[in-house]
Design a protein around this ligand. Structure first.
Ligand code: NAI
Length: 325
């Protein structure tokens, strides 16, 4: 039986993998994979990792020397993996799709909560303050949603927005056809949309896709929602735009320097990232801890596909989920 070391393992991961105990022997650790913790993989031919595990060349070298021959990502995104460093040494597989709806629905939850100031409203009623001053939102019906990236998740989000009666603008370097969707360039989308939601992968080319210039291009009072990858947004520029009152608000499920902070209880040590602290302190910012994927359905699908990926690799079967061999 294959032996796997699973990094950054939470209770919900163990629960999702439990039905497959007879197929793969998995040892879990709550540690995130870094060059300091990579020794924990020694002697394991497979490591199972998540989005904030570090898989740069240095870590890949340690894994390879320790006998690892397969990296099984529990995620769709693989921007944290140096695939070149793996080539010919360690195979890499991923879960390209589990539940696009889980992420799209979280983007909707963030959009609604941000627009209707639900965080502030809940805080107020808990304290016995039932005043409505300053809680004005806008109707989403008839407004424009700008969707950046129209793959599985972007399309699921578009369908939801269409159900709300929104007009849809979309930007994708490989635009497809979708009923009721106007594909346009990014500048036009930013200038026209009331809500901009990011659903594209992060690549070497689109780091800070939403920089100072793009944030300035957005409509006064518009909302930015990022459930994709933190590095797509220049967080310092975002903070400045929110502080000067240009943007109406931002909802972030991901943050460019989230590794080591997100997924962990940081209450004892506090948060040292000043930009993140300043963003969270603003009344028109919502931050969730990369939880868009966190539904029972998605967790089950992630575990199932990860196990299939590992068994396919063990049996040397071809896999459409293979990133590099
Ligand atoms: P997908 O591969 O189905 O679609 C991505 C789309 O983005 C493609 O149509 C592609 O042409 C487009 N694209 C690529 N570069 C672009 C750019 N610079 N500007 C605009 N569009 C661009 O991917 P899927 O499944 O829809 O996932 C999208 C991203 O969502 C993932 O790469 C991942 O980063 C993020 N994600 C976040 C999760 C969370 O829990 N917050 C969970 C799962 C995915």
């Amino acid at each position: 039986m294959v032996h796997a070391r699973c990094f950054d393992a939470k209770t919900y991961d163990r629960k999702a993998f439990a039905p497959y105990e007879g197929l793969i022997a998995i040892d879990y650790t709550p540690e995130q994979l870094t060059k300091e913790t990579a020794y924990l993989a020694e002697g394991y031919e497979v490591v199972i990792v998540f989005v904030n595990d570090t898989l740069d060349r240095q870590v890949i070298d340690i894994l390879y020397q320790g006998g690892t021959r397969l990296i099984a990502l529990r995620s769709a995104g693989y921007n944290n993996v140096d695939l070149k460093a793996c080539e010919g040494r360690i195979a890499v597989v991923r879960v390209p799709a589990y539940s696009p709806h889980a992420i799209a629905e979280h983007a909707l939850a963030l959009t609604l909560a941000l627009n209707r100031h639900l965080r502030e409203a809940f805080d107020r009623t808990r304290q016995g303050n039932f005043s409505l001053e300053g809680l004005e939102g806008f109707d989403l019906w008839g407004k424009t949603a700008g969707v950046v990236g129209t793959g599985r998740i972007g399309r699921a989000f578009i369908q939801i927005c269409q159900g709300l009666g929104m007009r849809i603008l979309a930007y994708d370097p490989f635009p497809g056809k979708m009923e009721g969707v106007a594909f346009t360039d990014l500048d036009t989308l930013l200038r026209t949309s009331d809500v901009v939601s990011l659903h594209c992968p992060m690549t070497a080319e689109n780091h800070h896709l939403m920089g100072k210039k793009q944030l300035e291009e957005m409509k006064q009072g518009a909302l930015l929602v990022n459930t994709s990858r933190g590095g797509l947004v220049d967080s310092k520029a975002l903070l400045a735009s929110l502080k000067d009152g240009h943007l109406g608000g931002a909802a972030l499920d991901v943050y460019e320097h989230e590794a080591g902070i997100f997924f962990n209880d940081n209450r004892k040590q506090g948060i040292k990232d000043e930009t993140l602290k300043a963003l969270i302190a603003l009344p028109n910012v919502l931050v969730t801890s990369h939880q868009a994927f966190l539904t029972e359905d998605a967790l089950e699908a992630i575990a199932r596909t990860t196990v299939e990926n590992i068994l396919d690799w063990e049996r040397q079967l071809p896999s459409k989920n293979l990133l590099t061999a």
